[in-house]
Design a binder for this molecule. Structure first.
Ligand code: ZN
Length: 173
């Protein structure tokens, strides 16, 4: 099983980023049900019942998010969102929201889809794909000046720096 370590991105983007490039080919954390289990546990969406069905719905949600982000429209995303709703409640004097879904296997996917809508409502211009054309990862830029370009400084950011360095040395040498 391969699991990408979390980088503190919103859950919607963490779902997108369950597919990444390793040695030039795409890796999908959800190819393995243990990878699905790990992702659910990482996001407190633990659901051991019907893991296979949860996986199918997460993959459907992930494709829907990709459609929405890559200009193919919100129809599939809205279809996912139709699967559930938030119901405001009170408990011990405190308000909270109950997630109600028409099928428990939709809970994780629905939560990620709803998180995407929240994120796009707050700072849509800060939702970006990594500037490395070979990378498929997305991130939310929470830096002060909004100049983040890479999924990670250690990964793609560093590779870009080394690339520029090599370029410079080739052209001057
Ligand atoms: Zn990257």
């Amino acid at each position: 099983m391969r699991v990408r370590p979390l980088k503190g991105e919103p859950v919607a983007l963490d779902l997108m980023d369950t597919v990444w490039v390793e040695h030039g080919s795409l890796v999908d954390q959800f190819d393995d049900l243990e990878g699905v289990r790990a992702w659910l546990a990482d996001h407190d969406l633990g659901e051991d019942d019907g893991l296979q069905r949860v996986r199918d719905r997460l993959v459907e949600t992930r494709d829907a998010l990709r459609d929405a982000l890559e200009g193919r429209g919100p129809d599939r995303l809205n279809a996912v969102l139709d699967r559930g709703a938030r119901r405001p409640r009170m408990r011990d004097g405190e308000p909270y929201e109950l997630v109600v879904v028409d099928d428990p296997a939709w809970r994780a996917g629905w939560v990620a889809a709803a998180d995407f809508v929240r994120m796009m409502g707050e700072r849509p211009e800060r939702v970006r794909k990594c500037a490395n054309p070979q990378c498929v990862l997305w991130f939310l830029d929470v830096s002060k000046n909004g100049s983040r370009r890479w999924c990670s400084m250690e990964g793609c950011g560093n590779r870009a720096k080394v690339g520029r360095f090599n370029q410079r040395h080739k052209s001057t040498g």
